[in-house]
Design a binder for this molecule. Structure first.
Ligand code: AMP
Length: 403
């Protein structure tokens, strides 16, 4: 069973084709700058394997449809193709950021699902229109091939109302569905299952705090394998300090800025999403640059790193309180998987909560799932590489089997 995973944005399409008999990635790539004067397609055959091969196309790509035609051309190309024809693709799995409270599980895409995604655009104005463009094109180009929508929000649909409600007038929830949804659910869900396997425990008996620390960052309290709280809110802005997103801020700042600086809602929205976080504090949004700047004595970079660690520790502490018993902390995504300093900063001073790192294991550069806790740590500390594409492909395959 070959499954094509698509993550379609407003001007880009990321894709991966997996052979689910052994979960091997046959090819992957990105189509970028759709609709701009010049588009670019980067295609990798057998990525990460010894036979890896790369193809780059630079040409105008006026629409998602044109982009998908190029992708299908490369996938089925007589010389470089990995399948004979598009009929060899069993199903397509689509990443969808916002499923609101309309979707509490992955589902086969039909007209009703498309209508639901359209209805949810106000809750995900940046993401859902791009996903819809990808879904529409894929349905046209692959008529009869099952298409599955996999939502970032679904994993968090198990949160209780006390965790997902905002203390705002109740009618805002009733009329506009204003509540916490949480994001990165495909990642939190994937590492939850992998962590349970690693610990040798049934997932339904596993309590975790999962830290997805990347360009966007979020934390999740997982009780018995289910999300019971998470840091992101109605959008992926709330919670932790991120590359360019502020995370938690007193919302009273926004009317203050409107008054003091005459900023519009759109300008404030742009500022908190694109000009804040690490970038707002020290001008850099890539963690590697921040470490270099700290080493060179940059005080703002050091402040950004201090704030990041402190915010993470505050949430770890609060999720220990939420969960009671914690089996493991799980670090994942670009920073979580690769940055030992970020991991130290996120767990420092928590020995009294049973969280104790082994500094040598933490420094080791090995890949793959690993335990970096000290032998006498009551709570295990795991590093588990996330794989959202594989999770989407697994859910797509699972749904096909169930239907
Ligand atoms: P992601 O959004 O998961 O791709 O993660 C992107 C973030 O991971 C960026 O802030 C990168 O600086 C960070 N990152 C990637 N590799 C490393 C590394 N080796 N050390 C520290 N940070 C890293």
């Amino acid at each position: 069973m070959d499954i094509l995973v698509i993550n379609s944005g407003s001007s880009s399409i990321k894709y991966q084709l997996l052979d689910m008999s052994d979960e091997r990635v046959l090819c992957s790539g990105t189509v970028e700058r759709i609709g701009e004067a010049m588009g670019v397609l980067n295609h990798k055959i057998a990525p990460g394997a010894p036979g890896e091969d790369k193809i780059t196309l630079t040409e105008p790509i006026p629409s998602h449809e044109a982009g998908m035609h190029l992708v299908i051309g490369l996938i089925t190309d007589a010389e470089h193709g990995v399948v004979k024809s598009k009929a060899d693709i069993t199903a397509i799995g689509h990443r969808v950021v916002q499923g609101g409270d309309l979707f509490d599980q992955s589902c086969l895409v039909d007209d009703t699902v498309v209508a639901g995604l359209e209805k949810l655009i106000p809750l995900a104005p940046v993401h859902n229109p791009g996903h819809l463009a990808g879904i529409r094109v894929a349905r046209e180009l692959f008529p009869g091939t099952p298409q599955v929508a996999v939502f970032d929000t679904v994993f968090h649909q198990t949160m209780p109302p006390r965790a997902y409600m905002y203390a705002l007038p109740y009618e805002l929830y009733e009329e506009l569905k204003v509540r916490r949804y949480g994001f990165h659910g495909t990642s939190h869900g994937y590492v939850t299952k992998e962590a349970a396997k690693f610990l040798g425990k049934p997932v339904e008996e596993t309590n975790l705090i999962t830290l997805h620390l990347g360009n966007g960052s979020s934390m999740c309290a997982v009780k018995g394998g289910h999300s019971v709280d998470t840091t992101m809110g109605i959008t992926p802005l709330e919670g932790l300090i991120m590359g360019t997103r502020s995370g938690d801020v007193d919302p009273a700042v926004y009317p203050l800025l409107a008054q003091a600086r005459g900023m519009s809602i759109q300008q404030i929205d742009d500022m908190v999403n694109k000009q804040s976080g690490f970038k707002g504090i020290c001008g850099m949004n890539d963690m590697r640059d921040i470490h270099d700047a700290v080493a060179a004595g940059d005080a703002r970079a050091k402040l950004a790193l201090d704030m990041f660690g402190y915010r993470n520790r505050k949430y770890v502490g609060s999720y220990v309180a939420v969960l009671g018993r914690v089996d493991a902390l799980v670090f994942t995504a670009g920073i979580g998987e690769n940055d030992p300093v970020a991991r130290v900063l996120s767990c420092r001073g928590m020995e009294h909560l049973g969280i104790k790192l082994d500094h040598e294991r933490n420094q080791a550069t090995e890949r793959g799932a690993r335990d970096i806790a000290a032998p006498d740590s009551a709570v295990r500390v795991l590093v588990i590489p996330t794989n959202e594409e594989l999770e989407i492909a697994r859910q797509t395959a699972g749904l096909l089997r169930d239907n």
